[in-house]
Design a binder for this molecule. Sequence first.
Ligand code: GLN
Length: 485
Amino acid sequence: MPDVPTATDLARAVQARETTPQALLDAARLRAEAARDLNALISLNDRAGEQAARVQARLDAGETLPLAGVPIVVKDNLNVRGTRTTCGSRILANYVSPYDAAAVERLTAAGAIIVGKANMDEFAMGSSTESSATGPTLNPWDPARVPGGSSGGSAVAVAANLTPVSLGSDTGGSVRQPAAFTGIYGLKPTYGRVSRYGLVAYASSLDQIGPFARTAADLALLMNVIAGHDPRDATSLDAPPAFRAGTPDDLRGLKVGVIREALGGNTPGVEAALKATLDALRAAGASVTEVSVPTVQHAIAAYYLIATPEASSNLARYDGMVYGERVPAPDAVTSMTLTREEGFGREVKRRIMLGTYALSSGYYDAYYSKAMKVRRLIAQDFARAFAGVDVLVTPTSPFPAFRRGEKMQDPLAMYAADVDTVAVNLAGLPALSVPAGFETVDGVRLPVGIQFIAPALQDERLVALAGGLEGIGAVKVEPAPGAEV
Ligand code: GLN
């Protein structure tokens, strides 16, 4: 199997005039066409050709661009001017973005070409990319299984090599978990590291944009482009990015803490991948200890009592008046009611009801306000753990990709799929899912991810670590069966 070119390779080749942005775009469109069955993309960007021409003109004028001509896909909750931004929902089926999200602006300024918009769970609520109005995305490792979610389309775009890199969003695990299920890297940066301007809000205090990639070098390349301060996002951090893929030297003396509470209930393949990763780290000179972060056991409960109230507020704007679809009716209230009834899917409605309930007078103290206290305890627990270690480790998910349909009728089982990821968002920390092995289930080889968590603002440490793990052969990235090359 030929080597799959990375974003780093492609930008270099374009800059060296070995290929052109237009040629890379044409090739990416052909691959997207050939992989239609996976349903990774909701739409293609009609203006990508114009973008390619603009990048070509800039190169001809002598500019050097870090992502020169690199084709990229972004999740369909990121606004790209002139494209439909549906968030996987019927209510936004025909909504066309009048502006670019900050992260998209930065990508295009760096020379990237936005090829298309990736499929996702409706409004980023889910762990399987089955709830999209456009239908489910399939996992290229086994089309009967989910790619994870909610950024499943972005993950599959990279795993199936439609594009070398992509962007997703992670509110409770939606970049890391699909990265684990499809065998690639997925990084959730520190809250505020990447501007949320132009990212359609799900739960604003948790949402963060993050990249998918196949190599640490590509993660560094992308983060150096998309991270940084933006005055249009009041929570955006003024932390100048300096990402680099590390080497095995970065592993020597590294203090790694395995979170004890994440050690139970994992499948044998997940346990084996965790053990192999820890053994490799020890062999490279890292120290590995077990640490307790007891409150993570309450993370799922707290998360759903914080995310759903925020969602219920954020989604109040879809009333058929300003954005998206409108069902006409003789009076405004009936029109709003019918619009929301027809426009939102089951899971979104469930969350609006849960969130409204948790915020309502009489229940606020018992639910929302309690969950906020638990959130603070979780953050304190992490801070305590980081007093003794440089990074924390857990599996990204207790199991590899599950079958389509398996959890759709059981919302609590679906919520539990994020047991290892949501605490990180509650604490605002950066975390990276590293493709670390495979587990054979019913005769099919499925990828397994291991999650590394760093203290706030230490995102760079995770990317350096990833490069180190690559250097010692502990990262297991392979082309998915049938991936286009
Ligand atoms: N699966 C979680 C949820 O449904 C996380 C989603 C996300 O990170 N966007 O809320």
